[in-house]
Design a binder for this molecule. Sequence first.
Ligand SMILES: [Zn+2]
Length: 142
Amino acid sequence: MKETGSEDKYLEWLDRGLSKVPKTESRDRLNVPSVECISEKNKTIVQNLNQIAGLLNRDVKHLLKYMTLRLAAPYSEIGEGSYVFKGRILPKQLDTVIADYIKAYVECPVCKRPDTKLSREKRGIVQLVCLSCGAVSPVKSL
Ligand SMILES: [Zn+2]
């Protein structure tokens, strides 16, 4: 009899190793979609902010506040999860603002993971609490 068992075992081991790789991506990093927007002459309608805020596990109002400050453009809600910002804002600008928001208010500055939450604002102090490594980092209050 020829020895083929070892190869079978190897393949079995390989299989097992592969099946250990999680199917759903772990939250080592976020897959945030691009901002969907319609830029008009003097207004910009943004359609998927609720979805983005949901992915980031943040209140959309907090995200909107940040965007308003960064873009220096007031917004209003127009229903069905759409928001309109004053002025013509390019999609690229919006994506940059979202990326900056993630860096400032979502990503843990210690381990860089996005599984974090913001503590309640107390006397203007907000803390970013990391659920992965436990680090507590102060962030700017909005
Ligand atoms: Zn962390």
